[in-house]
Ligand binder design. Structure first.
Ligand SMILES: *Cc1c(COP(=O)(O)O)cnc(C)c1O
Length: 495
């Protein structure tokens, strides 16, 4: 049966999976959500015998029902190949009393690769299926990691162009270097004088501008999104939770059917929402522990039922989580509002106009599986040092936020349920913060000296992604004001 996707802001706007992937965002700023989430139709025991690609197929076939088996397997096999530095794709590593699901073994060493390595294939397949003749312009706002992963995924993909906006002063030096050295004639990278939310708001505005869409169409272009609001990103992220669970079964840590908890370092709420969707598909998950850094708008939301972005935006050592508007939360709000687009749209309107909304008590009751936590900068650094010293395992700053929140959660609740912590970036991506956490004396060294020091301490090979940028030339140097994003896009497209 065909799965229908529907806008969170208009019950009458529907799409097939391939249409939703192509469009990215629904009209009126809505997000596409599946009408229902089908149950896994293979047993956990059978899944435990499968590899990553096979599990990916079992999950995606249920969500992308208008793709043929051949199309889906082509997308999966093209994405999850030698670009990853391990055949496991997402290894599960048991350290310091938890299971770290390492989602950073792809070409840009952050978890965004898990979805962005497949999105270009899903998108070009969707374009073909729907007879699209226009060139597709991928418009993306990034807090650091999406940008590079999207650039790498779409570079030189025929029929596409990709334009990435990042906060000029809001990403790590290595993140910036990774982006501005990107090769490919169809790639464009822009630093904006503003923060991530400004970049995301600017991109969303261009998406929902219907006059602009008509003008683009006249010129042979149409926008699509590589941001985590695209269901073509969300669904591939469900896969690794199923994979992690079945590895725990395979290695005897749990029995099929036992519940686990998951802890996710959260920014735009895409990763943790994918875990929630995986549960809807039948994965036994008890708690979703949503970990924030000092930008703890989600922590406050889960505590109080009020989402309030009216606060200072804080730059932290986990920049990919420096976000005050978590876009994917809207999909959860829609769900707990009883799939009521009108109710959801009213709340989102309040968020746009007042920067705040409050959910009803009835809606709050449906959030019982969610637990919010946050970690300060000092706590995050202390966790990196502690786990390095106890287990000789060096984690990145984002993962350390999650590990800290997990420690606090266990201390407060005594809940010893086997737990998977999403490890979202390689420590090599945030080398300075990671090394400073271990010893402040490292701060006097250059970024690439620190890379070599990290290599000495961890014994983990320097990833190719880092080797590649050591001497790479800067190819992109556009900087613009947040008001001028549209002008820049038109300039790139010569329209
Ligand atoms: C994007 C990102 C996050 C946040 O993920 P969301 O899906 O936006 O919640 C966390 N850690 C890292 C390293 C990231 O790149």
């Amino acid at each position: 049966m065909e799965l229908i996707y529907r806008s969170t802001r208009n019950a009458n706007e529907t799409a097939t999976a391939s249409e939703a992937i192509l469009k990215g965002l629904a009209n009126e700023g809505g997000l596409f959500v599946p009408d229902s989430i089908p149950a896994l139709d293979v047993s956990i025991e059978a899944l435990a015998q499968m590899n990553y690609q096979q599990i990916a197929y079992e999950v995606m076939k249920l969500m992308f029902t208008d793709f043929t088996e051949e199309e889906l397997k082509h997308c999966i096999d093209s994405a999850y190949d030698k670009k990853f530095d391990t055949p496991e794709i997402a290894p599960l590593v048991n350290k310091a009393g938890a299971n770290y699901l390492e989602l950073f073994h792809g070409s840009t060493i952050a978890f965004k690769d898990m979805a962005l390595s497949i999105l270009p294939y899903l998108l070009t397949t969707s374009a073909k299926k729907n007879g699209v003749k226009n060139e597709i312009v991928i418009l993306t706002a990034t807090s650091g990691d999406t940008g590079k992963a999207a650039l790498a995924g779409f570079a030189d993909v025929p029929g596409t162009k990709i334009i990435v906006f990042y906060p000029k002063h809001g990403v790590s030096p290595i993140q910036e270097k990774q982006m501005v050295t990107q090769k490919g004639d169809n790639t464009f990278v822009v630093g904006i004088t503003g923060n991530f939310d400004d970049a995301q708001t600017g991109v969303k505005k261009m998406f929902s501008d219907t006059e602009l869409a008509a003008y683009m169409n006249e010129k042979g272009y149409q926008f699509s999104s590589a941001n985590s609001i695209n269901i073509g990103r969300l669904v591939p992220q469900m896969v690794y939770y199923v994979y992690a669970y079945t590895r725990l079964v395979a290695n005897g840590s749990i029995q099929a059917g036992d519940k686990i908890n998951v802890v996710v370092p959260t920014g735009n709420f895409g990763n943790i929402l994918a875990a929630y969707y995986a549960k809807e598909m039948g994965l036994p998950i008890a708690k979703f522990i949503c970990a924030s850094n000092d930008n703890k708008v989600l922590y406050d939301f889960f505590k109080t039922g009020t989402y309030d972005r009216n606060r200072e935006f804080i730059l932290t050592s986990s920049p990919s989580m420096d976000i005050l508007i978590s876009s994917n939360l809207e999909r959860l709000i829609y769900k707990i509002a009883g799939n009521d687009a009108e109710k959801n749209a009213a709340l989102m309107k309040n968020l746009t106009t007042e920067g705040v909304y409050t959910i009803t008590d009835e809606m709050r009751e449906k959030l019982a599986e969610f637990e919010g936590g946050y970690a300060t900068e000092a706590e995050t650094a202390a966790t990196i040092k502690k786990v390095y010293e106890s287990d000789n395992y060096i984690m990145d700053t984002h993962t350390a936020v999650a590990a800290t929140v997990y420690d606090k959660y266990v201390e407060e609740t005594g809940d010893k349920t086997p737990t998977v912590i999403a490890s979202t970036a390689s420590p090599y991506k945030f080398t300075r913060s990671v090394m400073n956490a271990i010893d402040e004396a490292y701060d006097s060294k250059t970024d690439f000296e620190l890379v070599d020091e990290l290599n000495k301490l961890s014994g983990i090979k320097v990833p190719q992604a880092i080797e590649d940028i050591r001497s790479a030339a800067v190819l992109h140097d556009t900087v613009c004001d947040k008001e001028d994003m549209l002008k820049v896009v038109k300039g790139f497209l010569n329209i």
